[in-house]
Design a protein around this ligand. Structure first.
Ligand code: DAH
Length: 487
């Protein structure tokens, strides 16, 4: 179940990058949604915004906007970012774009339908009706493409490797992205993505096609790059066709070239990075330390997908501990985006990678909350440019607390409102929130739900009194903010 893609997948583990399908199809805000600021103003990263009935960004979430994990050189996410940047020396690298974007950037510029479920307030953090915390790095595609055409120096100056020219034709964007979500070990309402965009002039493509058949491009380049593909088995049986079509603006040959270029670029990047992880794991095994997260073989497969802003579209998955983990969505960019950017003579591919999922795999980090830990026992384990397996420093016993309540009769109950309320109250002490019982009274038709909140610190001993006080606060807030009745 995905936000921006509609392919159905199974299992909770597959939802880090491309989030669950949305059950609430209306864009209207539930009356129970959390309003954290009654002053009519919100401050985010030094700018002030007027709130309105769409506002649902909690202070817990807003406090994450300044953490800047991608700029802490020893942080696993920053290490991974730099590794990916290094794989693309000819691309412009952006990693300082503000997470505050408008609905045009995040949705309209990419061709999202007005009623696309991804726009719902139950799934997106709105600052107000027009302004939100970006839900994906694709939000920057159009503005960065157009920046070159418009000579927008303010944006272009943010590109890190100035030798990559022109900065608007090939670029990477690493950034924090925000989505309202459930709470468990692999979901966090803030995570990081890497967007890649690569465009070619049609003349350039014609020239390439003349020189070599697109079909042999993969083999030829793999050889030319002298890649060691042993760290990943690559499986690709996807086909471009009716269900994953070429756009009317493109020829089959152009798309075959662009898609082959994209897949080979991404395969090569993933293989390089996974090989480093394999080498690190081997080194650790040699020195008889225990590696928790690294494996030496990472089968990679391509599957068909759907996104509003690409066609054809794919997802890349990696087999890890028996599960296919979706790590990346990609495809041939919708021509309308390039047209709108003033580049109708160019064709491009784009991808979006979820960094946490890959970093958890590479560094063996078992819980996504750890990336936000400021404990020196976490942050002190990593060094720039290196992949090493995380060693758990503490495991405190979880403390489960249940809460049961009757749903309100007159307002809709959105589970993500509960998730945000718990996060807002308990911060990172909450490890998971799970629905454990659902009951509809046969006579009154009233429905009740019971959730188990698992409290567990990543890094310190927590006293029972502290948890009890938090749980009491959660119970009070559920009643006052979500309009439910405790059982
Ligand atoms: N933005 C998508 C998401 O977060 C991922 C993605 C898919 C990015 C396809 C792309 C792309 O650039 O071409 O779900």
């Amino acid at each position: 179940m995905l936000l921006l893609s509609v392919r159905k997948t199974t299992g909770l583990a597959t939802r880090l990058l491309l989030r669950p399908a949305v059950i609430h199809r209306t864009a209207a805000l539930s009356t129970s949604c959390i309003r954290h600021n009654d002053s009519g103003k919100i401050e985010v990263l030094g700018s002030t915004y007027t709130t309105d009935k769409w506002t649902n960004a909690t202070s817990a979430i807003l406090s994450k906007t300044g953490r800047d994990l991608l700029h802490q050189p020893s942080h696993p996410l920053a290490i991974l970012k730099e590794m990916i940047f290094a794989e693309f020396p000819t691309f412009a690298h952006y990693d300082s774009l503000s997470p505050v974007v408008n609905t045009y950037q995040n949705f309209d510029s990419l061709g999202f339908a007005k009623d696309h479920p991804g726009r719902a307030a139950s799934d997106t953090y709105y600052i107000n009706a027009d302004t939100l915390l970006r839900t994906h790095t694709s939000a920057h595609q159009l503005e960065l493409l157009a920046a070159g055409k418009q000579s927008n120096a303010e944006i272009l100056a943010q590109a890190k490797n100035a030798q990559a020219a022109p900065a608007n034709e090939r670029f990477l964007v690493a950034a924090d992205v925000y989505r309202r979500d459930e709470i468990d070990a692999s979901h966090y309402p803030v995570f990081h993505q890497m967007e890649g965009v690569c465009t070619f002039s049609r003349a350039e493509i014609r020239e390439h096609l003349r020189r070599e058949a697109a079909a042999s491009a993969t083999a030829a380049t793999t050889e030319a790059l002298n890649l060691d593909l042993s760290a990943a088995q690559l499986l690709d049986t996807t086909q471009i066709g009716d269900t994953n079509p070429v756009q009317p603006e493109h020829t089959a040959e152009e798309v075959a070239f662009v898609a082959a270029h994209m897949k080979r670029t991404m395969n090569s990047m993933v293989v390089h990075i996974l090989s480093k992880a394999s080498a690190a794991a081997a080194a650790i095994t040699d020195s008889t330390q225990v590696s928790s997260g690294a494996a030496t073989q990472f089968p990679v497969r391509w599957i068909d997908a759907f996104f509003p802003f690409t066609s054809p579209s794919w997802e890349m998955e990696v087999l890890f501990r028996g599960d296919w983990l979706e790590i990346c969505g990609c495809g041939v960019m919708k021509q309308a985006i390039l047209d709108d950017a003033g580049m109708p003579d160019r064709i491009g591919w784009a991808f979006g990678f979820g960094l946490e999922r890959l970093a958890m795999l590479l560094f063996g980090v078992p819980d996504i909350r750890l990336f936000w830990s400021t404990d020196p026992r976490f942050v002190g384990q990593f060094s720039p440019g290196q992949i090493n397996a995380f060693r758990a420093f503490s495991r405190h016993p979880p403390c489960p607390k249940d809460v049961s309540f009757w749903l309100p009769a007159d307002t809709e109950f959105h589970e993500n409102d509960l998730m945000d309320l718990v996060r807002e109250t308990a911060g990172d002490l909450v490890e998971g929130v799970k629905l454990i019982d659902l009951f509809t009274h046969p006579k009154t038709s009233k429905t009740s739900r019971c959730y188990r909140i698992n409290y567990c610190s990543m890094d310190r001993n927590v006293k029972h009194e502290e948890i009890n006080a938090i749980q009491d606060k959660v119970r009070d807030r559920i009643v006052s903010q979500l309009g439910v009745t405790l059982r």
